[in-house]
Design a protein around this ligand. Structure first.
Ligand code: PLP
Length: 393
């Protein structure tokens, strides 16, 4: 049975719940009962009327609390990650900052030393302004997290895997055990892996975060973020309340575009992963490179863990370290014709970026590192483009 716009239903096939790629391809499985429209409408209304008994008709009366377009999107997102519920936000950072509001003042947080810089900047800010204890650990060392948590004090372990932009792999199941043993919750930024390749909630994580600006939307034209919870517990109730109070909700048009983007999520992620693996293999050992960082390479230190906890590929993100230094790396970043010299990731088009320039002199990222967001173009074109740019160094 089809869902209606006010009450999206889970589709059931004859024998079982459909596979994630089916749920994504039909994101929301919308069928308008009055017209048969196959794609969902956008609900731009900010306000929802009451009936003759002055009862609310819809579960929300004001769209900062909720809106049928968000409902439909959130249902798909929760299903893709196997969570109890999902909430969308105006950007990835709006989701992260709202989540971090639930960490008590003065509590302790452990996070990787190299990670998405915006989230780390916010953690550092909370350490300065609200007495948050912060321990940054080396994600490349599998034992470092255990040394970074403080039993009874650590409220949150926040990880990414693969870690941006070195693509170190963190063992999510092990991190969940370490966090829980210390009495902390585990939050995982799974933007790069996407629910197509990794489902952290099934490995013990309590909260999953995605910058929906990236792969979930996939076309570099929407800003949004999402939190998916393993349990609809007291923390989740607080997050929902904080979204309403802090107001970091995305617009209905963005939510609708996300529903559209998610329909091709699996195809895009699978092609980007195939392309990235082919590029990594081609350039591994290249004379103009010091290193190719990609968890799909057998030589990558995190390969075995990545293989265990990711399914269907290693993602579209990789980095190369150019022999020489910052100057040589920037020459490559400006020498490509197909790889566009721009920030962000997860779109259908390939991007190349000198991370140190973007993150600034405080950054722990090597100065010869270029981050590649590999798109869905013809892989031989991409390899030829990079090859030509490397010849120019
Ligand atoms: C982009 C990004 C974020 C932040 O998301 P925005 O949508 O830009 O606010 C967080 N984590 C990772 C890994 C990202 O790539």
């Amino acid at each position: 049975m089809a869902g209606t716009n006010s009450e999206p239903e889970t589709i059931m096939t004859k024998n079982s719940k459909p596979a994630p790629r089916t749920l994504a391809a039909q994101a929301g499985h919308y069928l308008d009962p009055s017209t048969g429209a196959v794609t969902p409408p956008i609900h731009p209304s900010t306000t929802y009327a009451r009936d003759d008994n002055y009862e609310t008709i819809y579960s929300s009366t004001y769209s900062r609390d909720g809106n049928p377009t968000y409902d439909q999107l959130e249902k798909v997102l929760a299903e893709l990650d196997g969570g109890a519920d999902a909430k969308v936000f105006a950007s990835g950072m709006a989701a992260i900052t709202t989540f971090l509001e639930t960490i008590p003042t003065g509590a302790h947080v452990a996070a990787p030393r190299i990670m998405y810089h915006g989230a780390q900047d916010w953690l550092r800010r909370l350490a300065d302004t609200r007495g948050l204890g912060l321990t940054l650990f080396n994600a490349a060392d599998p034992d470092a997290l255990a040394g970074a948590v403080k039993p009874g004090e650590t409220a949150l372990v926040w990880i990414e895997s693969p870690v941006n932009p070195t693509w170190d792999v963190i063992d999510v199941a092990a991190a969940a055990r370490t966090a829980h043993d210390a009495g902390a919750v585990l939050g995982v930024d799974a933007t790069v892996a996407t629910p197509v390749l990794m489902r952290p909630l099934e490995m013990g994580a309590d909260m999953v975060f995605h910058s929906a600006t990236k792969y979930l939307n996939g076309h570099s034209d929407v800003m949004a973020g999402v939190l998916v919870t393993n349990e609809a517990d007291a923390r989740w109730a607080e997050i929902k309340k904080l979204r309403t109070l802090m107001g970091g909700i995305c617009g209905p048009y963005e939510a609708w575009l996300l529903l559209r983007g998610i329909r091709t999520l699996h195809l895009r992620v699978e092609r980007a992963s195939e392309n990235a693996l082919a590029i990594a293999r081609h350039f591994d050992g290249h004379e103009k490179l010091d290193a190719v960082l990609y968890p799909g390479l057998e030589s990558h230190p995190g390969h075995a863990i990545a293989k265990r906890q990711m399914d269907g590929g290693f993602g579209g993100m990789m980095s190369i370290q150019v022999a020489g230094g910052a100057e040589q790396a920037k020459t490559v970043a400006t020498g490509t014709r197909l790889f566009i010299p721009a920030t962000s990731l997860g779109g259908v088009e390939s991007l190349i970026e000198h991370r140190r320039t973007v993150e600034g002199p405080e950054s722990a990222v090597p100065e010869n590192l270029l981050r590649l967001s590999v798109g869905i173009e013809d892989v031989d074109d991409l390899i030829g483009d990079l090859d030509a740019a490397l010849q120019g160094v």
